[in-house]
Design a protein around this ligand. Structure first.
Ligand code: UT7
Length: 328
């Protein structure tokens, strides 16, 4: 039997500092009630400290991952970092993480697919295991969204937070691992969710800063409409393709952008609330970190050979679902 790429360990790290809905009430014209009913979020974490970026959080998560699995970072062959808020424009945050954790024998690179970054990176990493080329691939999603959020834009600032989560991929010969993925990109969605300035098309100038163009700009309603349909469609597609009924699925692991999008996806899949991993209430939308943070928190409930569906929708647009058979 061909080796599959199995998730053999998960880890997560979030900063201690909490930004609650009542804190936001003091910053913008909003209410705890509005935020909770429209998004399901009560609080989110914020990374403080000069010079700290996603590599800081990711390094904590990767060190924890290696400890849990009882391996040395020197054994990592490849590290892929999904992030939309890299420490620096270049080089890749993966390079910084490898240096911080002592992954001396690894090569690494970043994947930028916004809120779908983790599942895109996971499926990419899995290929290197399936070919037999590598034995240990780390996939880490880490975002410091607070660095690109406009805390005067009440419709956007309430949903995002900071955090990191990581998984280790290793070969499995028992039929468990990454089974299938349905992934999509549609660049016509760029205009609804993007950060205009800071890249090479619109380099930083006094004018771009004054115009607040270095922040996330989101047309929330438009993104919401695409997300509800996209995430539900792709989750249904992967079930059909793999002959899975709702009863066959142990958990849905959804990207945590808005509880209403998650509920719509679960309804379309026909699965009940207790099978949906949720931590949006405490962490908000941590972009590339939401899915591994859920796996980290639910790890103890998962059993070997459980069927789980990871599903995401985000900027790009990018969206997709990954079918995983849990390996431990
Ligand atoms: O993870 C990446 C992908 N991103 C997403 O999936 C996010 C998708 N979008 C959303 O989750 C929602 O669109 C938001 C949570 C961002 C906004 O919720 P919404 O229900 O779509 O609100 P809206 O923008 O349609 O605004 C409805 C009303 C407006 O007032 P009027 O014009 O009806 O008087 C807004 O001005 O709510 C107002 N509003 C607020 N009120 C209190 C917008 N933000 C707030 C706020 N507090 N924070």
């Amino acid at each position: 039997m061909k080796s599959l790429a199995a998730i053999t360990a998960v880890s997560g790290w979030v900063p201690e500092d909490i930004l609650s809905n009542s804190d936001l009430e003091k910053m913008v014209d909003t209410t705890d009630e509005w935020i909770q009913t429209r998004t399901g979020i009560k609080e989110r974490r914020i990374l403080r400290g000069k010079g700290r970026g996603p590599s800081y959080m990711a390094a904590e998560a990767v060190k924890q991952l290696c400890n849990k699995r009882g391996i040395s970072p020197a054994e990592i062959d490849l590290l892929i970092c999904a992030t939309v808020t890299p420490d620096l424009i270049f080089p890749a945050t993966a390079s910084i993480i490898c240096d911080k954790v002592g992954a001396k024998n690894a090569w690494g690179y970043d994947i930028e697919a916004a809120c779908s970054g983790f599942i895109f990176a996971l499926f990419t990493g899995a290929q290197f295991i399936e070919t037999g080329r590598y034995k240990k691939v780390v996939v880490v999603g880490s975002d410091k969204m607070s660095s690109i959020i406009d805390y005067t834009d009440r419709a956007t600032c309430v949903i995002f937070g900071d955090g990191a989560g990581a998984v280790l991929l290793e070969p499995d010969n028992e039929g468990n691992g990454i089974i299938d993925a349905v992934l999509h990109t549609d660049g016509s969605g760029v205009k609804h969710l993007y950060q205009k300035a800071g890249g090479s098309a619109y380099p930083p100038t006094m004018e771009t800063v004054a115009a607040r163009e270095h922040y996330v700009k989101q047309d929330g309603q438009a993104v919401f409409k695409f997300a509800v349909v996209g995430m539900a469609d792709v989750s249904e597609d992967i079930m059909k393709r793999n002959g899975l009924s709702a009863n066959d699925i142990a958990y849905l692991v959804p990207h945590q952008a808005n509880k209403r999008i998650i509920d719509a996806t679960a309804r379309r899949m026909g699965i009940s609330d207790e099978k949906v991993m949720l931590n949006i209430e405490r962490f908000g939308n941590t972009t590339a970190a939401t899915i591994p943070l859920c796996l980290w928190e639910w790890e103890k409930k998962l059993k070997k050979s459980d069927n789980i569906i990871l599903s995401a929708f985000g900027g790009g647009f990018t969206w997709g679902a990954v079918y995983v058979k849990w390996a431990y």
